[in-house]
Design a protein around this ligand. Structure first.
Ligand code: 5RP
Length: 247
C-alpha cells in the first residue's frame, strides 16, 4: 500500500524486510494460538516467533491452560503475561507444543537451536501429542545448511569437538558472561556449540551427531517429530503436514 505521503509518480517505499518478517512471524503465531483450547497442557518454545505466540495466548483468556517453558526467557515472558507455567514433570504428556525453527526443508526436517534451547525444545516436542512449528517464509529452504546447533557436556569438550570435526563452541551471547565462560551455556549447564560441516542427508548426520560421545543433543529435528508446520508468507499461512501422527 502506498504511504499517505507518496505523491503521484513516486514509487511507494517498500516495507522493510524486518517489518515483513515480523508480520509473518506474528501471523504464524496467531494461527497456532487458535489451536489452544481450555484445559490444554501446552509446551512453549523459544525465540522471536514464539514471542508473538505468548501475548496471543494471553489475550485468549483461556481457562485451565498450563504451560511448560523451554527456556528461562520464555518462562519469564509467559508468567508476565499471566500464563501458568509448570514443570514438565508435573504435567506429563502435553496436548500441544509450539515452537519456531531456523530452517525447514521440503521434507519437513528442521534445524533448531539458534537460541541454544534445542535440548529442552526437543524434549518438550517429544512430550507433546502434537508439535506445531511456526515460521516466517524465509525459514523455508530448499536444502538445510550449516550450522547445526549442538549441546555438549563440559567433560572432555575438546575431544568431543575433535571427534565431530567442523564444530566449534558458540561465543556467549550475554555481554555479562564471565570471561572464563568457554561458550554460551544451556540452562542445564551444557555447552552450546555449532557444527559447520556439510549437512548432506540429515538422517545420517543426525545419527552421527547423536552417536558422538559428549553430544547431549543436536538441533536436527526429524519430520516424524513434527505434526504441523505453519509458514506465514505473502499469501497467508501455509499449512504443511508433518510426519507425527496426532489427533
Ligand atoms: C531456539 C530455537 C528457535 O525456535 C529458532 O532459533 C527460531 O528462532 P526465531 O523464532 O527467533 O527465528 O530453536 O533454540
Amino acid at each position: 500500500m502506498a504511504s499517505p505521503s507518496a505523491s503521484a509518480g513516486q514509487r511507494p517505499s517498500p516495507l522493510s524486510e524486518d517489518v515483513v518478517v515480523a508480520h509473518q512471524k506474528r501471523a504464524a503465531a496467531m494461527a497456532a494460538a487458535e489451536m489452544v483450547t481450555d484445559g490444554m497442557k501446552v509446551g512453549l518454545g523459544t525465540g522471536s516467533t514464539v514471542a508473538y505466540l505468548l501475548p496471543a495466548l494471553g489475550e485468549r483468556k483461556l481457562r485451565d491452560v498450563s504451560c511448560v517453558a523451554t527456556s528461562p526467557a520464555t518462562e519469564r515472558a509467559a508468567r508476565e503475561l499471566g500464563l501458568e507455567v509448570r514443570r514438565l514433570d508435573e504435567l506429563g504428556e502435553l496436548d500441544l507444543a509450539v515452537d519456531g525453527a531456523d530452517q525447514i526443508d521440503p521434507m519437513g526436517w528442521l534445524i533448531k537451536g539458534g537460541g541454544g534451547a534445542h535440548t529442552r525444545e526437543k524434549i518438550v516436542a517429544a512430550a507433546a501429542r502434537r508439535f506445531v512449528v511456526i515460521a516466517s517464509a524465509e525459514k523455508a529452504v530448499d536444502e538445510l545448511a550449516p550450522p547445526v546447533p549442538l549441546e555438549l557436556v563440559h567433560f572432555g569438550v575438546q575431544s568431543t569437538l575433535r571427534a565431530l570435526a567442523h564444530a566449534r563452541l558458540r561465543a556467549p551471547s550475554d555481554p555479562e558472561a564471565p570471561a572464563s565462560a568457554p561458550s554460551q551455556q544451556s540452562p542445564d549447564g551444557g555447552l552450546i556449540a555449532d557444527y559447520f560441516g556439510p549437512v548432506g542427508d540429515p538422517r545420517e548426520l543426525s545419527a552421527r551427531l547423536s552417536g558422538t560421545p559428549g553430544v547431549v543433543e543436536h538441533g536436527l529435528f526429524a519430520p516424524e517429530m513434527v505434526s504441523l508446520i505453519l509458514i506465514a508468507g505473502e499469501e497467508g499461512v501455509e499449512r504443511r503436514a508433518g510426519g507425527k501422527p496426532g489427533d
